[in-house]
Design a protein around this ligand. Sequence first.
Ligand code: ATP
Length: 262
Amino acid sequence: MASLQVRALSVGYGPVRALRDVSLDVPEGAVVVVLGGNGAGKTTLLRAVSRTLAFHRGAATGGSVTFDGRALDGISPARAVAAGVVQVPEGRQVFARMTVADNLRAGALGSRAGSRADTARSLARVHELFPVLAGRSRQRAGLLSGGEQQMLALGRALMARPRLLLLDEPSLGLAPKMAATIAETITEINASGTSVLLVEQNAALALRLASHAYVLEVGEVTLSGPAAELAASDEVRRRYLGITDEAAPPPAATRPLARWSA
Ligand code: ATP
C-alpha cells in the first residue's frame, strides 16, 4: 500500500490557483522528488500534505491526501505530526536565539516520540547523523553556518520520529560539498525506514536520491516516472539538468547561440 497518496489535489490562495488536479504517490519506504521552477507549486504541495496551508491563507479546493490509508483532509497540523508526517520548511527555519539542544528538544514536542527513552534514542540518532550538532549543543542556533542550520532543521524534524519526511529544497543556498553531505544523510535517514517527499530545484542531486520523480509546472504535473527514466528524458535534461543533446539539431532560433556555446 502506498504510504502517501495525493489525488486530484487543487489548492488556491484566495484567487491564486497554485495547484490543479495534482496526483502523486510516495510508496512506503521510497524517496520521491518533485522538480519544478520558481512558483511551480512545490512548497504548496508540501503544505497541503503537512496541513499547514491555512497558516498561509491557502486552502484545498478539491482532491484528497491519504497517509497510510487514512485521510489527512481536515486534520490539524499537530495531528499530522503525531501521525508521523513532518515537514522541514524551506530556508532552514531554526529558532535562532535558542540553543541547538533546545531546538532539538522542541522537535520532539507533540510528536510520536512517546517516552523519555524514545526522545533520548532520537537524540542519539541525530547526534550520530550530525556529530557537529552534538559538539555545538549549548550554542545558539543562529551562530551556526548555513549548512549546520540545515542539519539542525533536519535533526529537529527527526526528533519527531517521522514516518514521512517532507523536505523543502534542502540544498538551497548550500555549497556543493555541503549539499552532497545533506543528500547522503537523506539517503541514510531513508535507509532506516523513513519515506521522503523532497522538493528541489537542484535536479541533478535530487534525481540521484529519488526512486520516482514528478515535474510540476505552473501547478500541474507535466511529467512523472522512475527517477532514472526522467533523468534520461530530453525534456528533463534540457530544462532541469542544463544538458543539450549535441547530436540533435537545435531549433533554428537558437542556432547562433548554440554555436557560441559549443
Ligand atoms: P519556489 O521554488 O519559488 O519556492 P514553489 O514551486 O515552491 O516556488 P509555491 O511557493 O508553492 O511554489 O507557489 C505556487 C504559487 O502560489 C505561486 O504563484 C505563488 O506566488 C503562490 N503563493 C504561494 N504562497 C502564497 C501565499 N501565501 N499567498 C498567495 N499566493 C501564494
